[in-house]
Design a protein around this ligand. Structure first.
Ligand code: URA
Length: 256
């Protein structure tokens, strides 16, 4: 760890950085979440637990771990997934001051933006990246990146209703592409349906179910391409794995 701006004996300048800032920039958690990780005693620097907020590290030489796992800064683009809770707008800034995903995202690195949108009341997988080219491609209908949703809808859609959703249904902005649709479970007044789309039009899932007369009550995005939430708690972020990034790039037609 670093206490001064000069490394002992060498005279070499170092660039100390607050540990919580380092953790946030490396994608371990938001700045606030990183502070929580530290105070919970889950962060170690060079093998020693560091829980004091404001401690500094030199990213070039210090070995930082969270729960024993190495955390590193990367120079390249950043890719994160947020398990979005309900009640947050998908924008980094709302002129009306409503809660936005920016409130629960790491502030670093600058230039992180959401890839597509989830409605305020929709939960689940929301990707963020600093890589505008890849974001453009994954959202482009040409590349068919699949999004899996779990919708709880009012009433009990018939098998014919679900088949029409699967085959494509007429919406005011044109017919929808074929989708995978599966009834998961039924209760007296509601049904859980899984639907996999390769397009991503505004409020598409809600509009599709409305068109068959079964409005969506709750909507959760369970996956985006290869990215699933696993045990990521609601409101938390994690960096995408190398394998997830490679799979997204491949699906989006970018050479790996
Ligand atoms: N479709 C919707 O209707 N809403 C979402 O948030 C995502 C997909």
């Amino acid at each position: 760890m670093v206490d001064s701006h000069e490394q002992q004996g060498t005279g070499e300048r170092v660039v100390p950085m607050r540990l919580q800032k380092f953790l946030a920039r490396a994608g371990a958690a938001s700045r606030r979440g990183s502070e929580d990780l530290m105070t919970a005693g889950r962060v170690a620097v060079n093998g020693e637990t560091v829980s004091q907020l404001g401690s500094k590290v030199d990213p070039r030489v210090d070995v930082v771990t969270v729960d024993g796992k190495l955390v590193e800064l990367h120079d390249g683009p950043t890719y994160l997934v947020l398990n979005k809770p309900a009640g947050y707008l998908t924008t980094m800034d709302d002129p009306q001051g409503r809660p936005t995903v920016a409130d629960i995202m790491p502030r670093e690195p600058a230039g992180l933006f959401p890839v597509g949108r989830l409605d305020m009341d929709t939960t689940g997988v929301l990707l963020f990246m600093t890589d505008g080219d890849l974001a453009f491609r994954v959202l482009h209908p040409k590349f068919h990146v699949e999004k899996r949703y779990v919708a709880t809808v009012k009433g009990s859609p018939s098998t014919g209703d679900l088949e029409s959703l699967a085959n494509g249904i007429e919406l005011e902005d044109g017919p929808t592409k074929p989708a995978e649709v599966r009834r998961v479970s039924s209760k007296q007044n509601s049904t859980v349906v899984e639907i996999v789309l390769s397009e991503g039009r505004k409020r598409q899932v809600k509009r599709m179910f409305l068109a068959i007369g079964h409005p969506v009550v709750t909507l959760h995005r369970a996956s985006f391409g290869p990215v699933v939430l696993g045990d990521l708690p609601e409101g938390s972020t994690r960096p995408l794995t190398v394998q997830e990034i490679a799979a997204i790039r491949a699906q989006a037609g970018v050479g790996v």
